[in-house]
Ligand binder design. Structure first.
Ligand code: ZN
Length: 233
């Protein structure tokens, strides 16, 4: 979706690719019922990300129906809640990609949670941790950085972290080392003038910052890797 067609190479994900806009998007949400529980849960990592970009209704939907969907309850599929979640995610992406044609790099906001997320995924060798799971870790990290910089509120951060807890996402310490994640982040492609550009949550949406000090990044990584909870210093 979003026109990006890319492949993963050993140096990282999506590094080789092309852009081609789709003419239509068709989703059969009943297909979700056939997915393993872990895949359904992981998919919600990206849904939470889309909600945090600024869709309050989507955030409420995931708060109300996400846990049941992750459990494999058919009710959110039958009620249309999952269809609405998918539709809202697709439209949000279409809006970003369309606006991106006018305002260069707007699509970068879709990278929320992905800077640390890709680092964790790469550190885990793209096997042990699913993409959506990695994004959930990255979201926790992005909120910790945003808190350190004072650009989001404690309430907003707590709301999203509580939601991730309830969805069972990014709850345990991932089996990756801090150094390895940091190294993979440094080789991630989203750089501007040698510094990482971060998509960080505000109270209602996101901002892009390329002036995040190393101490704030360290706090974000520690939060993403659940180091305090694991008693690691
Ligand atoms: Zn993603």
């Amino acid at each position: 979706m979003g026109g990006k067609t890319a492949v993963d190479i050993p140096e990282g994900k999506n590094l080789v690719g092309a852009f081609h806009q789709p003419a239509a998007f068709i989703a059969d949400v009943s297909f979700n019922a056939t997915l393993p529980a872990r895949q359904r849960r992981a998919a919600l990592g990206e849904v939470v990300k889309m909600a945090v970009l600024g869709d309050e209704r989507l955030l409420e939907l995931v708060e109300e129906e996400g846990a049941a969907f992750a459990r494999g309850d058919s009710r959110p599929i039958e009620s249309g809640a999952v269809a609405e979640m998918v539709e809202r995610c697709v439209w949000a992406k279409v809006e970003v990609v369309t606006a991106d044609a006018r305002e260069a790099n707007l699509r970068m906001i879709l990278n929320l949670g992905h800077t640390i997320g890709h680092g964790i995924e790469a550190a885990a060798g793209y096997k042990a941790i699913l993409h959506g799971e990695a994004v959930a870790y990255g979201l926790r990290g992005a909120f910790a950085i945003a808190r350190a910089l004072g650009i989001t509120t404690a309430d907003r951060a707590q709301r999203v972290n509580t939601l991730l807890d309830r969805l069972g996402l990014a709850v345990a310490r991932p089996q990756v080392s801090l150094d390895s994640v940091g190294q993979h982040m440094a080789t991630d492609k989203k750089h501007s003038f040698g510094r990482l550009s971060w998509v960080l949550p505000t109270e209602t949406g996101v901002v892009i910052r390329s002036d995040v000090p190393p101490e704030a990044v360290a706090q974000g990584l520690a939060a993403a890797l659940r180091m305090a909870e694991a008693g690691v210093r």
